[in-house]
Design a binder for this molecule. Structure first.
Ligand code: NZQ
Ligand code: ZN
Length: 389
């Protein structure tokens, strides 16, 4: 096992009816900005529950954070923050709203040294975040794990870039699985697949004998494989336990626990971000296209873990090693198809000629040494994208 430090200070309030917990979590003297997206929280009753819980607080609101939040939208929040002397952010929504709140929180306390620097430098130049407003979360879409990690992804002019800081970890997150009943099938499928791929990117590398991490990851993947399709099936989509298991899996997949002490491979995500930045494809749908290709192209480097995955996640215990790896990859693709996400570039109407643009962007963004051993060069990324055609 590799050495590691692990600290996850986000307090979780999990369960139906838990949104009212925010009234005690946010200090009464705070000046709160409630940030949200395009309005789903107004039609599913979450907004009402939030404002009922904030009756004793001084609060304002900022809405319109779009999926794959943009710099331009997020910077607009700075005016109200200054004007109303906001000192606490409450993000109510999915990963985009939570990620957006993190950028707003960092930009609000960003120190302008008068030399033309800009909060975008936090992403473009990976400048460290030196301080940020505190953030609380009411999560409405289980997928990203953003509710209890320090990561965020923001887009500016088609450049979709990640950044991270421990200062951006939410202080608390409310996870009420009943608020996920209003999700469309598309967002359910996206969420389950995103959480699955977060897990596998911290697992499908090389063995360091991290038994606890491996078995946690295998448990999360098995849970998502079992429960994900139930959330799409008419007979079981109203089952609160199905939603609860998906929601908790998604949080556990990217709260730092399973990735501590093991190598990680974020190549699928980094290549996927270019697909979203260039062509606007939903985050999870980029991953379901890229991951199977990564498994095929990096088959030799990941051989030992692919066999462990085949045996422990898919119970493939018999036959030749190569046949079991092939079957595990096929079953992974079949699971994605069940979740109604694409597994090929052609499924989203992209072809060989689009790969050049993606390669150019990977290069500009410095994504030239990806993977658990930093050995996925641009040439190998091209091979992966070609495999995904
Ligand atoms: O904007 P509203 O009206 O709220 O609608 C949203 C949005 O249209 C809707 N929605 C959310 N909860 C709902 C709901 N509709 C009905 N009922 C509900 N309960 O769903 C749509 C998609 O929301 P979004 O927040 O964009 O989805 P998701 O949670 O998948 O977040 C995706 C973003 O997170 C980033 C992605 O790159 C992408 O930008 N990620 C963040 C990560 C992190 N911070 O750790 C890691 C991930 O790998 C990922 O990169
Ligand atoms: Zn993701």
């Amino acid at each position: 096992m590799l050495n590691f430090n692990f600290q996850n200070p986000t307090k979780i309030h999990f369960g139906e009816g838990k949104i009212k917990a925010i009234s005690k979590e946010i200090p009464l003297n705070a000046r709160v900005l409630v940030v949200y997206g395009g309005g789903s929280i107004k039609s599913n009753g979450v907004y009402q529950q939030v404002i009922d819980a904030l009756t004793e607080h001084t609060w304002f609101e900022f809405s319109g954070i779009e999926p794959n939040p943009t710099y331009n939208t997020l910077m607009k929040a700075q005016d109200i923050i200054k004007e109303k002397k906001i000192d606490y952010l409450l993000a109510v929504g999915g990963g985009s709203v939570v990620d957006g709140a993190k950028f707003i929180a960092a930009a609000a306390l960003y120190e302008d040294d008068g030399k033309g620097n800009d909060p975008w430098d936090i992403l473009a130049k990976q400048q460290a975040v030196s301080s940020a407003l505190p953030i609380g979360v009411v999560l409405t879409l289980p997928a990203t794990g953003s509710e209890s990690n320090g990561n965020s992804v923001v887009t500016r002019d088609g450049n979709k870039l990640p950044f991270s800081s421990p200062l951006l970890r939410p202080l608390f997150a409310v996870l009420d699985p009943s608020v996920t009943f209003s999700l469309s099938d598309r967002q359910i499928g996206n969420g389950v697949v995103d959480a699955f791929i977060h897990t596998i990117e911290q697992y499908l590398t090389y063995s360091v004998n991290g038994k606890v991490q491996d078995r946690f990851s295998e448990g999360l993947m098995q849970t998502l494989i079992e429960e994900g399709p139930k959330a799409l099936s008419a007979a079981t989509k109203d089952d609160l336990d199905v939603r609860a298991n998906i929601m908790w899996s998604a949080t556990m997949a990217l709260n730092g626990l399973i990735g501590a002490g093991v190598p990680q491979d974020w190549s699928t995500h980094m290549i996927g971000h270019e697909l979203t930045g260039a062509f606007g494809i939903d985050h999870a749908r980029t991953l379901s296209i890229v991951l199977p290709a990564v498994m095929k192209v990096r088959r030799e480097q990941k051989r030992e873990k692919l066999l462990q995955y085949a045996e422990r996640v898919w119970q493939l215990n018999e036959g030749e090693d190569d046949a079991r790896i092939d079957q595990a990859i096929r079953l992974t693709e079949a699971f994605f198809e069940k979740m109604q996400v694409p597994t090929r570039l052609s499924h989203v109407k992209l072809g060989r000629t689009d790969i050049d643009l993606l390669m150019e962007r990977l290069k500009v963004h410095g994504m030239t040494a990806l993977g658990e051993r930093s050995d996925i060069t641009l040439d190998i990324s091209r091979e992966i994208l070609t495999q995904a055609l």
